[in-house]
Design a protein around this ligand. Structure first.
Ligand code: ADP
Ligand code: ZN
Length: 717
């Protein structure tokens, strides 16, 4: 069988994701291969498909027992007979597994590095044909990685013994230094590396100023009833407190941190994985070694100390490809805390590096351009976008700059009059007329600025203060958090300069975005989810192993009525159909009869389901809807996103070779014919991929929205 056949038959997927096919071909040619892909993109298939094609055995070295168990269970659900050799199984199981390997009944072996290094195991493995040696989490080889393991170092030597085996390394670690180190340790050639993009398109990124974290968290959780998520906190104490508070508010939440006993940690993790507990509140220690695919949100209660940790932590959500939300509560006081810890480090170089990393993290939080730009560029990947449509900056409806001059003057003068020694919280207390102890004892209630900013909420003042810092109108003392004026602030106070900014109303950020993927029948979805849980409990496996959330969401969208239609759902292969698909099919049919669902089905081209499931649904959905006759305004309402974002999606649609109807666009354009002509000339000279140079040149006569629109008009004429 060819790779694509196996993909369809065993895994139930229609198409390879980017790079998978190339990687598989490379491995099948027996060329050493280093695979660098972010979590959730699909590394495992890259070695599992070759393993099913090779005659001999594929050995997979993995550092964590939980990861091995997860992989083997998933493969068994697909009808693939994979086995484990590690310290967690019984002696008789161990013997049985060895037998299966020697007889060729099992073609994939998961093993811990220390077991593989044992003489007696090697003797057995060297007596049979081994075609592939896969090293999962390959960054464990490198001392520069975040998870160095000494036993991994010896794998480089070991490979020499398995002459005929191609060696495959897999990791989600992005730093070039670690990548080089892996290649050197394993003796790989330079050309062996495949790097996938680090942009995880299905993660919705948001940062808001932390004002009242518990209330903000509760407001956020309202959108995620019964859906799994992780909340990361700075300290163990914070974890315990928050977990208790959430329980008091009726959520099922469990703590996870290094202060708990092994068995408690294990139990809490297990409950979470099996959907028996909704939320885990954790310190950074949580997440390694879990493959749960239906984590719908990650909330950072505190600032992560660098972008690597942040990226890793948010990466634990949305592995199934459905939209998942990542919210960070940003507070300047956290910067101080982290800085304090950095100062405790003995080594000067370490301190300098840690400070740099922290700075990048803060820059990301303060970003006024798409958040993906600072994030992805940080990992050395070139990334540019006008509008990703999946971060708070790009989604903000607040397109227009607001004149903040008067409020800025109030704030700056309050800073000045309180002596430039207080932090934002106190300054805001003064502006809003608080009777706090600190205000009264300093006699700040006697100042002329006392209470002048009452009309504006504390939250908004917080956001304004952040803008003033970003614009260098204020300097924040790194150590104490106090605010000082700068040379630039004088001009504002003397009314010589105005201040403009886009201010986002915080509450707006909690509104869930409407997503085509989630346009499923929620009632049916719940019925299927319940059945899934029941089936999972009977076997004591996590529910996502039966079908992912995405798979049942698609079932509840397309209402398959027979085997063929069911197997058209992405993620339903042959064995899964026999084991579970039939049961789900019966439930869906019953549901359709009960609710008389027939008409809806007719409109759906069922043979297209799988293909569509793997295309990026958002821009296709939007493009299709536009072609079906909806106006741009209709689309803004339907998807609840701003016009610029809709237009960016349409642009992407065009770039992928789809046609767009042309009527209705021209009349939306507000610019004169003359300007339009000039802009078109620019497009023909400069191309259409970058709007910024054109905007910079013509920003007095056109806005970005105009340019987005003109670009589409230009391309459709
Ligand atoms: P990683 O190891 O990179 O974190 P996995 O190998 O666990 O990612 O894959 C993530 C998810 O994507 C899994 O549910 C997997 O089955 C699914 N997947 C992988 N390749 C494809 C594909 N070509 N089409 C559809 N789904 C895929
Ligand atoms: Zn963005």
């Amino acid at each position: 069988m060819t790779p694509i056949h196996i993909l369809k038959k065993v895994f139930g997927y229609e198409k390879f994701r980017p790079l998978q096919q190339e990687i598989i071909d490379h491995i099948l040619e027996k060329k050493d291969t280093l695979v660098i892909m972010p979590t959730g993109v699909g590394k495992s298939i890259c070695y599992q498909i070759p393993a099913l094609i090779f005659d001999g055995l594929t050995i997979v070295v993995s550092p964590l027992i939980s990861l091995m168990t997860d992989q083997v269970q998933q493969l068994r659900q697909l009808g693939v007979n994979a086995v484990i050799l590690n310290s967690a199984i019984t002696t008789s199981e161990y013997q049985l597994n060895l037998k299966k390997i020697v007889s060729g009944e099992s073609k994939i072996l998961y093993i811990a590095p220390e077991s593989l290094l044992k003489e007696e195991i090697q003797t057995i493995l060297l007596s049979i044909k081994v075609d592939c040696l896969t090293i999962d989490e390959a960054h464990c080889i490198s001392e520069w990685g975040h998870d160095f393991r000494p036993e991994y170092r010896q794998l480089g030597q070991l490979r020499k013994k398995f002459n005929d085996a191609v060696v495959v390394g897999l990791t989600a670690t992005a730093t070039p230094r670690v990548q080089d180190d892996i290649q050197k340790s394993l003796n790989f050639s330079k050309s062996s590396k495949f790097i996938a993009s680090f942009n995880r398109e299905n993660l919705l990124l948001r940062v808001i100023i932390r004002t009242d974290p518990l209330q903000q968290t509760l407001a956020f959780l309202k959108n995620y009833e019964n859906q799994s998520g992780i909340i990361y906190c700075f300290s163990r104490k914070q974890v315990d407190t928050l977990a208790e508070q959430l329980n008091a508010y009726g959520y099922s939440a469990r703590p996870y941190h290094a202060g708990l006993s092994d068995s408690e940690r294990h139990k809490n993790q297990d409950l979470f994985i099996k959907d028996k507990v909704q939320i885990v509140v954790a310190t950074i220690a949580f997440g390694m070694g879990i493959n749960k695919s239906n984590v719908r949100f990650v909330l950072h209660y505190n600032l992560p100390k660098n972008l690597e940790s942040y990226y890793q932590e948010i990466g634990r959500s949305g592995r199934d490809g459905l939209t998942s939300e990542c919210l960070l509560l940003f507070s300047y006081s956290d910067i101080n805390k982290i800085q304090y810890f950095i100062e405790q480090k003995e080594n000067e170089l370490e301190r300098t590096v840690a400070k740099k990393h922290l700075q990048a993290m803060v820059k990301f939080c303060e970003s006024t351009v798409c958040r993906r730009i600072p994030l992805i560029n940080y990992f050395g990947e070139e990334f540019n976008t006008e509008n990703c449509g999946m971060c708070d900056v790009c989604l903000s409806k607040q397109n227009e700059l607001q004149d903040l001059t008067i409020k800025a003057q109030m704030f700056l003068s309050a800073v000045k009059r309180t002596g430039e020694i207080f932090g934002a919280t106190h300054v805001i207390d003064v502006l809003t007329g608080s009777k706090s102890e600190k205000v009264l004892s300093n006699k700040h209630n006697k100042l002329s600025v006392y209470g002048v900013g009452k009309e504006t909420s504390k939250k908004e003042w917080m956001v304004i203060s952040q803008h003033l810092i970003n614009k260098s109108l204020l300097i924040r003392d790194e150590e104490f958090g106090s605010l000082r004026l700068t040379e630039k602030s004088a001009a504002v106070l003397q009314k010589k300069e105005k201040v403009f900014a886009k201010i986002q109303v915080q509450e707006e950020s909690f509104k869930k975005i409407k997503e085509p993927d989630q346009a499923y029948d929620t009632k049916l979805f719940e019925i299927l989810r319940k059945k899934r849980k029941e089936l999972a409990e009977a076997q004591d496996i996590p529910p996502y192993m039966i079908f992912s959330d995405k798979v049942i969401a698609h079932m509840a969208t397309y209402f398959p009525q027979n085997q063929k239609e069911m197997m058209n759902i992405s993620g339903v292969g042959e064995v899964k159909f026999q084991q579970y698909g039939k049961i789900f099919l019966a439930l869906i049919k019953l549901y359709c009869v009960e609710y008389k669902i027939t008409g809806q089905r007719e409109q759906i081209k069922l043979q297209k389901i799988k293909e569509r499931a793997e295309t990026k649904p958002r821009h296709i959905e939007i493009g299709d809807a536009f072609n079906d006759g909806l106006s741009i305004n209709d689309l803004v309402k339907k998807f609840d996103i701003k016009q610029g974002t809709i237009l960016s999606h349409l642009y992407k649609y065009l770039l992928e070779g789809f046609d767009l109807r042309v009527d209705g666009l021209q009349k939306l354009s507000k610019v004169t014919q003359d300007v339009q002509k000039k802009i078109f000339t620019e497009f023909s000279r400069e191309g259409t991929d970058k709007l910024k140079p054109i905007f910079d040149k013509y920003n007095d006569v056109v806005s970005y929205d105009d340019l987005h629109l003109l670009r589409i008009i230009y391309l459709t004429h």
